[in-house]
Design a protein around this ligand. Sequence first.
Ligand code: FES
Length: 104
Amino acid sequence: MPSITFVKRDNTEVTLQADEGLTVMEIGRDNGIGIEGTCGGSLSCATCHVVVDEAWVEATGKPSLDEEDMLDLAFGLEATSRLGCQITMTPALDGLKVRLPEDD
Ligand code: FES
């Protein structure tokens, strides 16, 4: 089971074991990390915005054009911002670290 570390808005870190196939949004939402995921992962809300740790940018890949369009609506956008519903946990992402963006 891959692990994922969330850096919360208060800068505390939470590391969780996650089932393969779950998205970063689902893991964060279901564990009370502070990710809403209002649209359920259909790329229409941007409330699953996370900032990927530099070390994991390559492994998580680039956002699609649709994802980029939705990211443009997110608050606190950073160079490594992604939508958590578009990152699916795989063994290759074991140890992934993401941070919740600043509130607006
Ligand atoms: S959950 Fe809505 S865009 Fe990711």
